[in-house]
Design a protein around this ligand. Structure first.
Ligand code: SF4
Ligand code: SF4
Length: 177
C-alpha cells in the first residue's frame, strides 16, 4: 500500500472520498492558523494526498494545526481535515502539543478548557515564535471557570446519534465527531 493511501486510511477515509472536495476554500477562510497570519489552505493537504504527493513534517498544517475542527464545521462535506493531520503526524512521528493539551484538559475537566490548553502549549508557542500572536490567541480563551461535564454512559452515547450541530459529515455520520 502506498504511504499516502495508508495515511488516508488511518484518517478513516478512502482516497475517492476526497474527490468530493469542492475547492471552495471555506476551510481556509476559517482556519485558526490563518488567524495567526500564516498562509494555509487546508484543502491543499487533501489534494496532495489525493495526488499521492509526499507531505513532510515541515508542512505548516503538520506543524501548526490546532485540531480545532473549525474547518470541519464549516466544510459543506464536513471533511475531517484534522483527522487527516493527526494521521499524518502519526505516520511522521510528530507529537502535537495541542493534542496533548486537549487530552489533558478533557481528562481533568471533561471538556476543552482553553486557558489550560494555552498554558500547556506555551513552550511550543514560544519556541515557534508565536509571541507576536499571543494577543490573538487570548481571543480563543474562555474566562469562565472550568467545570466537570457530566459524562454520558456508553449506552447513551451509542443510542444518541445526534451531534452538537446535528449536521452530516462525509461518512454520513451525524455531528462533528
Ligand atoms: S483543525 Fe487545523 S486545519 Fe482545521 S481549522 Fe483548525 S487549525 Fe485549521
Ligand atoms: S471547505 Fe471542504 S469542500 Fe471546501 S475546499 Fe475545504 S475541504 Fe474542500
Amino acid at each position: 500500500m502506498q504511504k499516502t493511501d495508508y495515511i488516508i486510511e488511518l484518517a478513516g477515509y478512502k482516497k475517492e472520498d476526497f474527490s468530493v472536495c469542492l475547492g471552495c476554500k471555506i476551510c481556509a477562510s476559517v482556519c485558526t492558523v490563518n488567524d495567526l497570519e500564516m498562509n494555509i489552505n487546508p484543502q491543499d493537504l487533501l489534494v496532495s494526498l489525493f495526488l499521492e504527493q509526499e507531505v513532510d513534517r515541515d508542512h505548516l498544517l503538520v506543524r501548526y494545526c490546532t485540531n480545532c475542527y473549525r474547518c470541519t464545521s464549516a466544510c459543506p462535506w464536513r471533511i475531517k481535515i484534522p483527522d487527516v493531520v493527526r494521521a499524518l503526524r502519526e505516520s511522521l512521528s510528530v507529537a502535537s502539543p495541542f493534542e496533548k493539551a486537549f487530552k489533558g484538559s478533557i481528562n481533568i475537566w471533561g471538556r476543552v478548557y482553553e486557558p489550560y490548553v494555552f498554558l500547556m502549549a506555551i513552550p511550543f508557542l514560544l519556541k515557534e515564535g508565536y509571541v507576536k500572536h499571543m494577543a490573538k490567541w487570548t481571543e480563543y480563551m474562555s474566562i469562565h471557570l472550568p467545570h466537570k461535564v457530566k459524562r454520558l454512559n456508553r449506552s447513551n452515547s451509542l443510542n444518541n446519534s445526534h451531534g452538537l450541530n446535528g449536521s452530516n459529515d462525509l461518512n454520513g455520520n451525524k455531528g462533528r465527531m
